[in-house]
Write a protein that binds this ligand. Sequence first.
Ligand code: PAF
Length: 282
Amino acid sequence: MKVFVSQKELASYLNPLYHSNYTVGFVPTMGALHQGHLSLLEKAVEDNDIAIVSIFVNPTQFNNPEDLKKYPRTLEADINKIKTVSTEILIYAPSVEDIYTGKTVSENFDFDGLENQMEGKFRAGHFDGVGTIVKQLFEIIQPTRAYFGEKDFQQLQIVKRLVSKYAIPVTIVGCPIYREKNGLAMSSRNERLTESERKEASMIYKILCEAQKLFKSKSAKDVSIWVASEFKKNKIFELEYFEIADEEQLLPCVAKDKTKKYRAFIAVFVNNIRLIDTISLN
Ligand code: PAF
C-alpha cells in the first residue's frame, strides 16, 4: 500500500498521472474506518482510474477538546481495511504540521446560512473547520470526484456550496448511509460505545422511522414534540436536537410545502458521546 505523509510526496507521485488525464476519486476521512467508509471507497475505485483516501483527524472542526482527544486513531487497522477494498488505493495520512503550516486555525466561510443551522448551532466553528480542511484537501489532491456520506447531510450540502462558491472543479457524490444490523448509522464514534449502549442506540433509527411515518399526517412541530417526549422517557440517551428541515436550505419546516424535500435530523448524547443521524421524509 502506498501511504503518503506529506503533500510534497503525494504531489510528486500524482503530477505525472494528472498529465495522463487520469480520473481521481477521493474519499476524505478522519480514520477509524468502518463499512460506511469502505463503501465510499468501493465507489471511488469503481468510478475512477485512481482512488485516494485521506486519514486526518482535523483539529479545527472539533468544538469540544475532549472529543478531539478521544477521537479514535487507528491507522494500522485502517490500512488493513483499505487493503480489503483494493491494494491500489493511495493513502494520504498527513500530520497536523503538514496541513496547517504555522497556526492551526480555520478560515471563516459564508455558506449562505447553511452553516448556522443544526450542527452549526451546537458546534461553534465546526463548519469553518470542515470548509478549511476540505478546501485544502481538494487543492492538494485535485480530485475529479469526491465522495461524502449522507449521514453528515448538512456537511454534504456545505461541501457542495463550497465547491460552487470557489469554482472548484470537482463533482461531489453523496452516498447513502450505511447502518449496522440494528439500524444504528455507522460512525467512528460508535467505537466508543459499550456493547449495551450500541444495542440501545438502535432507538435513534427507530425513532427516525416512526417520525417518517408520522410526518405523513402530522406537522413538523407535532412530530418534534413526539420525538422529545420519547427521549424524556429514556435514561441513557439525551436529545440535543431533532429538526425537520428542507434539504436545500436546511431551514426548519414551519408549514409543509409540497414542492420541497424534507429530512429529519437528530443529534443525541450517550455518555458524552455524540451521535447524529438523518432520514428523508418525502
Ligand atoms: O466527515 C468527516 O469525516 C470529516 O468532516 C471530513 C469530511 C473528513 C473533514 O475532516
